[in-house]
Design a protein around this ligand. Structure first.
Ligand SMILES: Nc1ncnc2c1ncn2[C@@H]1O[C@H](COP(=O)(O)OP(=O)(O)OP(=O)(O)O)[C@@H](O)[C@H]1O
Length: 310
């Protein structure tokens, strides 16, 4: 990859107690992309982010953030990064604008009221700028965390589970916000348990489980490559069992024999649907409805993660 904004090479982490949270991880992030790191609880997502942000020391490996070695030149690397943590760790008595200005100062940036105003406006926090954090709703507090993370004009923004525990409306707002930030040139890495979040937001998806990065793919490519597809026929007459003549097809009978499900591989050149339908016609098996489905990222994810179970 030419000039990645982040490159992670051979990074591992074994915590003091002996838990191996990351097996050697190699990952490159392109400038300007939205990358979703998708994985179940305990997969190592937060550990990886924390290592890149210099909060956790890796057991091995190197990290470069926009050319800065994250270990040897921690400050240079860290300045490029905005981190939105999972937990609210803010002083509830502080006012919105003060906490954002304070975060900017921590990175040695000179005050820039116009920039901070823009960030607060983008996050619909401008009207609340003089409110104390304790006076804000949960969703607004989360936006304040984002404003703080953006306060020093980072090029790379980490969102650690940005929508965990927020309502649907706020989740959609977050998604829009992430797209807007990208339009402004910010590269975004987010972690999530939610498939639909990765599906909705990301350009590329990395699937991580048990500390192993199992796969990194363009989202569309991943769906295409690994997608199974399904066709469901609603039968005119319920069946008690699948006739032996249909034994070679990957069929299941559902809904008390009223629906027949056919699963096929989207990668295969031929779906087999025409010949299956012909055969059903020859056998006088009628149907009232035919639907096809593409498997979602969810199915792919479950397949992958289950594949890693010992
Ligand atoms: N400070 C620590 N000391 C010891 N073990 C830890 C520490 N932090 C995390 N772990 C362990 O490392 C593994 C990976 O945890 P991590 O928090 O990175 O996962 P995650 O993918 O972010 O999970 P979640 O989605 O639940 O936040 C887990 O087994 C966890 O228990």
């Amino acid at each position: 990859m030419t000039d990645p904004i982040l490159s992670v090479e051979g990074v591992t982490k074994t915590y003091k107690g002996g838990v191996t949270a990351l097996q050697p991880v190699d990952l490159e992030i392109r400038r300007g992309e939205i990358f979703a790191l998708l994985g179940p609880n305990g997969a190592g997502k937060t550990t990886l982010i924390s290592i890149v942000c210099g909060i956790v020391t890796p057991s091995a490996g190197t990290i470069r953030v926009d050319g800065h070695d994250a270990l040897r030149d921690y400050k240079g690397a860290r300045r490029k990064i905005g981190l939105v943590p999972q937990e609210l760790s803010v002083d509830m008595f502080e006012r919105v604008i003060d906490t954002v200005n304070f975060s900017r100062g921590l990175f040695g940036r000179a005050p820039d009221p116009a920039y901070v105003e823009q960030v607060l406006r983008d996050l619909s926090l401008w009207d609340k700028r003089h409110a104390k954090l304790m006076e804000l709703s949960g969703g607004m507090k989360r936006r304040v965390l984002i404003a703080k993370a953006l306060s020093h004009e980072p090029d790379l923004l980490f969102l650690d589970e940005p929508t965990a525990g927020v309502d649907v409306e706020l989740r959609r707002d977050m998604w829009k916000l992430v797209h807007r930030l990208r339009e402004r040139g910010v590269t975004i890495i987010l972690t999530t348990h939610y498939i639909e979040e990765a599906e909705e937001m990301a350009d590329r998806v990395g699937v991580i489980a048990k500390g192993k990065l199992l796969l990194v793919e363009e989202k569309a490519e991943m769906m295409k490559k690994l997608g199974k597809r399904e066709m469901v026929l609603t039968l005119a007459e319920p069946m008690t069992a699948i006739p032996a003549e249909l034994g070679e097809w990957n069929l299941t009978l559902e809904d008390e024999g009223k629906r027949l499900r056919y699963i096929f591989d989207a990668r295969a050149e031929r779906t087999g649907i025409p010949s299956l339908l012909r055969q059903l016609g020859d056998m006088d098996i009628g149907f009232n409805d035919l639907e096809t489905y593409k498997s979602s990222l969810e199915d792919i994810f479950v397949d992958l993660v289950e594949g890693t179970r010992a």
